[in-house]
Design a protein around this ligand. Sequence first.
Ligand SMILES: Cc1cc2nc3c(=O)[nH]c(=O)nc-3n(C[C@H](O)[C@H](O)[C@H](O)COP(=O)(O)O)c2cc1C
Length: 139
Amino acid sequence: MLIQLIYASRASRVLGPADIKDILGASQRNNARAGVTGALCLHDGIFLQLLEGDRSAVNVLYHRLLQDPRHRDPAVLDLCEIPHRRFTGWSMGLIAAVEANRQLFLKYSRTAAFDPYGMSTATLRSFFDEVLENVRWLE
Ligand SMILES: Cc1cc2nc3c(=O)[nH]c(=O)nc-3n(C[C@H](O)[C@H](O)[C@H](O)COP(=O)(O)O)c2cc1C
């Protein structure tokens, strides 16, 4: 059974390019093997990640992520069955921190700060719909 899980967490410290490279490298290596796809954003010190794949594979990955000291305050924001994947091109794409994307983040935020913890499920889903259409990915 295919599911989608969206969670948010806070970076536990300022993460540099080496940390991001390490996270993406591990994601691309492990997710391809586990059949997990999705997208990851890091904005204003907050991670927002969408994971999609087999329910047990997503659960195993999420529990591993909870052990990672690079983030804290994890919160599952959405968990649902999906008819098909949408991020088929990405074992894990990172949404780049560029000005064009800042506007996208703001569009879906209640305040000037990016606050996925306060977003409704419908807003989160619209946000990721737009990510698929418009976002600039980290090359
Ligand atoms: C916000 C965040 C998102 C992450 N996303 C993934 C992911 O999608 N897949 C993954 O395998 N590891 C991810 N990681 C890294 C894992 O926590 C862990 O370090 C990694 O899976 C270990 O892989 P390794 O045993 O191959 O070194 C993420 C870490 C953070 C902080």
